[in-house]
Design a binder for this molecule. Structure first.
Ligand code: MN
Length: 397
């Protein structure tokens, strides 16, 4: 509940949606393997049934019959029967390993863990489902493409209107409006519009500052379409024209971005790309006299992370930060039909004495969503300008 008798907006857990396609709240799916040596398995669903007295108040639900007819359940019951069903199933003692993701729903989790007791080994469902989610099917790619397409249009429209005196929330409102206007029920994460000194707060969400001429503003935003996320970032000057120092920092991020974009493809190691981007950024910052210090020492101590605090990117899917499991040797490899958000960045904090004070609070990040293909990659968000001239042009300069 949000407050009083009002619910939070509901969104099904990603793993549950992945396995069932079912979007209603108060639902459980049990997948039971009946024979160790074959694929003989059963899907049993527990779903809501609307009380006849409530049909004036709530939209129709599928009910157990709908779960069988439309969602492929072999059998289905009303939600309230799950507790007794699971106790009786587990008390038979025929299941040793049970995978579950019930943490998000305490009432279901209670009846489950009570009946599981010491009889079974309860493991995290993600162990089993995450590896399946890494490579996207054509249908999943289409959904992500749609989310990206809406996000690109929203970003272009919102960036066009930015000018000094506007509040960060006005930009966020324009982005979010465009999402719903295009049939996306929500954004994939809270929209970030971080200007001036706020640019250095990685998960800034306040969006209350009045933007000023001379500020950079970093916009991190993505629509969610059919449960699939987009995740884009652009850093633009509030007055529509990059200053010389802003140009210097932005151009270094752009160079790192272009290098990793060029190199990303199937079989390429994430860590190889991360190091490539890190090395370009540190080399350029040091050569320009913007930071002081020895690159090798910064890398071995990890102190370079004050300038590059986050990773180079992540998979995108049902979750904006989608599963990206390690290989057995600890590496992480890009593979065909993965969607990956590439997001090289530089953060230069105020009062950091290793940073030339002229560059304090001049930070930049560029983020695009790329589809790894059999030959390399395709930039799904290529229609959103990334070069300085094109951004300035979009902003009317
Ligand atoms: Mn991201």
């Amino acid at each position: 509940m949000r407050n009083g008798d009002i619910n939070y907006d509901f969104r099904a857990a990603s793993a549950f949606f992945y396995l069932t396609g079912f979007e209603e709240p108060n639902a459980v799916a049990v997948i039971k393997k009946n024979d160790l040596d074959s694929n003989n398995s059963e899907l049993i669903m527990f779903v809501e049934q609307l009380d006849p007295g409530l049909v004036q108040w709530y939209e129709p639900v599928y009910g157990p019959k709908g779960a069988i007819k439309y969602f492929g359940a072999d059998t289905a019951y009303v939600f309230g029967n799950f507790g007794s069903f699971i106790s009786s199933l587990l008390s038979q003692g025929s299941y040793q390993n049970v995978y579950a993701n019930l943490e998000a729903n305490p009432s279901i989790a209670d009846s489950f863990y009570k009946s599981a007791g010491n009889m079974v080994n309860v493991r995290n469902l993600d162990e089993m489902v995450n590896p399946l989610r890494v490579i996207k099917s054509p249908l999943e790619i289409t959904a992500i493409q749609k989310a990206v397409e809406v996000s690109v249009q929203a970003m272009s429209e919102a960036i066009k209107t930015i000018e000094p005196g506007m509040y960060e929330y006005e930009v966020a409102a324009k982005l979010d409006y465009f999402v719903q206007l295009n049939g996306c029920p929500r954004t994939a994460f809270p929209t970030i519009v971080a200007s001036g000194p706020n640019i250095n707060i990685l998960h800034y969400q306040d969006n209350m500052r009045k933007m000023q001429a001379g500020d950079l503003v970093m916009i991190d935003f993505g629509a969610e379409y059919s449960y699939y996320a987009a995740d884009l970032t652009r850093t633009v000057p509030v007055n529509g024209k990059f200053s010389q120092k802003q140009t210097t920092i932005y151009t270094i991020v752009l160079e790192a971005y272009q290098a990793v974009r060029q190199a990303a493809g199937p079989g390429v190691s994430y860590y190889y790309l991360y190091n490539m981007s890190r090395d370009i950024i540190l080399d350029r910052l040091i050569a320009a006299g913007i930071i002081t210090g020895d690159k090798a020492a910064m890398i071995s101590s990890g102190s370079y992370r004050q300038y590059i605090p986050a990773g180079l990117g992540h998979c995108v899917g049902l979750d904006v930060h989608d599963p990206f499991p390690q290989e057995e040797n600890g590496d992480r490899l890009l593979k065909a039909n993965m969607v990956f958000a590439l997001e090289p960045h530089i953060y230069l904090y105020a009062n950091d004495l290793t940073v030339n004070p002229d560059y304090w609070n001049i930070s930049a990040r560029i983020e695009d969503d790329i589809l790894i293909t059999t030959y390399g990659n395709e930039n799904l968000s290529r229609d959103l300008p990334v070069e300085i001239e094109k951004i300035e042009q979009l902003m009317g300069n």
